[in-house]
Ligand binder design. Structure first.
Ligand code: SF4
Ligand code: SF4
Length: 237
């Protein structure tokens, strides 16, 4: 009995920075997991079980599982938790504890690419600008299918009302999706711009729990807004 008491005491030393009262706060009501869109995606795991495991100091088991990576960080669980537990902070912290070469999919690679080249997919600046020009021509022609006569993408325009960030997936593989936004701006007569550099709007540093990269990417977007004296930053993602 004494050994068991000691073992549990040691297990509660979590590497996550959680509020000390968290372990006793969670009373396993399952409100979090019952409304979670990711429940059932990873056998054996859901939000409640992950929080309980962390509460018992078993954070490495959660870190090594797929659970933190199927959580979308939507925040529904935290909003509903009757005990006010910081579930989002906990799950993002669990991602931070994963070795970077063990981060799933292209997320860490894309983060490094963004820091090196200004977007997650490493699209060169000239290719980006040529694409914007070509898409502008498609939209500016005045007929029923291309309904924006006089349209152009205002790159690096100063004093615009809105500076728009872009998901690199769109210029890379789904360029027509860019035109949906642009047609709205055109119809609304919005005063907008896009930066020719560091225009990525998907912050994988945020998603992967990489604080340093997340901050650098946010800093770059802010710098673009300051340089171009834009009033508002729009993150479509
Ligand atoms: S909703 Fe809150 S108290 Fe209930 S199981 Fe989830 S984390 Fe614990
Ligand atoms: S933040 Fe994650 S755990 Fe919470 S409801 Fe959304 S997907 Fe589920």
């Amino acid at each position: 009995m004494q050994n068991e008491t000691i073992r549990l005491s040691q297990e509660t030393k979590s590497r996550l920075e959680l509020t000390p009262e968290m372990a006793s706060r969670c009373y396993t009501c399952a409100t979090c997991s019952s409304g979670c869109p990711a429940s059932g995606l990873v056998p054996g795991w859901d939000a409640r079980k992950a929080i309980r495991a962390v509460s018992l100091g078993l954070d490495q088991e959660v870190v090594d599982s797929k659970w933190p990576w199927v959580c979308t960080l939507c925040g529904r669980c935290q909003y509903a938790c009757p005990q006010g537990i910081q579930i989002l902070k906990t799950f993002r912290g669990l991602r931070s504890l994963r070795e970077r070469d063990q981060v799933p999919g292209p997320l860490h690679k894309g983060t490094m690419m963004n820091l090196e080249r200004g977007n997650n997919l490493g699209i060169p600046r000239d290719d980006f600008l040529i694409l914007l020009a070509e898409l502008s021509v498609e939209l500016m022609e005045d007929d029923e299918e291309k309904p924006c006569p006089g349209f152009y993408v205002p790159v690096d325009k100063e004093n615009a009302n809105v500076i728009v960030t872009i998901n690199s997936k769109e210029p890379f593989s789904e360029p027509d999706d860019l035109k949906f936004w642009w047609q709205i701006f055109y119809a609304a007569k919005e005063d907008w711009t896009v930066s020719s550099t560091n225009w990525e709007g998907v912050n994988w540093g945020l998603f992967t729990g990489d604080d340093a990269s997340m901050k650098e990417q946010v800093h770059r977007v802010l710098e673009n807004a300051r340089r171009l004296k834009a009033k508002t930053i729009l993150y479509p993602e």
